[in-house]
Design a protein around this ligand. Sequence first.
Ligand code: RP5
Length: 174
Amino acid sequence: MSVNTKAIVGIVMGSDSDLSIMQEAAIFLQNMQIPFELTIVSAHRTPQRMMDYSSSAKQRGLQVIIAGAGGAAHLPGMIASNTTLPVIGVPIKSSNSIDGWDSILSILQMPNGVPVATVALNAAKNAGILAAQIIATNNSSVAQQLENYKQIMQQDVMNKVNTTSQKWNNEFDK
Ligand code: RP5
């Protein structure tokens, strides 16, 4: 995104080793022309930066935060503890992870009062889609782009239905 475009979605991750996964959220937002920012904020290694990021986010104009982390993934929950903005958590199967379950459970099992909308393991694209859907509740142009996106997904499946029916009997669509 251009440096002059004011971000409305914040993407943060615990390490640059999360970037290959987290960039999927960024690419989706870019395609939807939703201005975003992306940086590294580590709950364990830069705790003060995490508190500063989350406490300033709303005032800086962010409307949603996407936070990804692996292993003992405290970043999304701690960000959520320090802002009223909706936080979407992306569990990441990282080098220090036990099959990703540690990250999934750390992000998913938040205490009452502090929700994090948790997507599937490594599902940063879905986090981008969900962020766009939150933005779309108050933005008709993003809402229209999401309608188009759903139409394209539907058409893609129907093309596969047609291809499959050339070889296999399908009485449902007759
Ligand atoms: C977490 O530890 C990060 O989010 C990352 O997924 C994992 C490993 O970090 P590095 O050791 O690669 O920096 O805090």
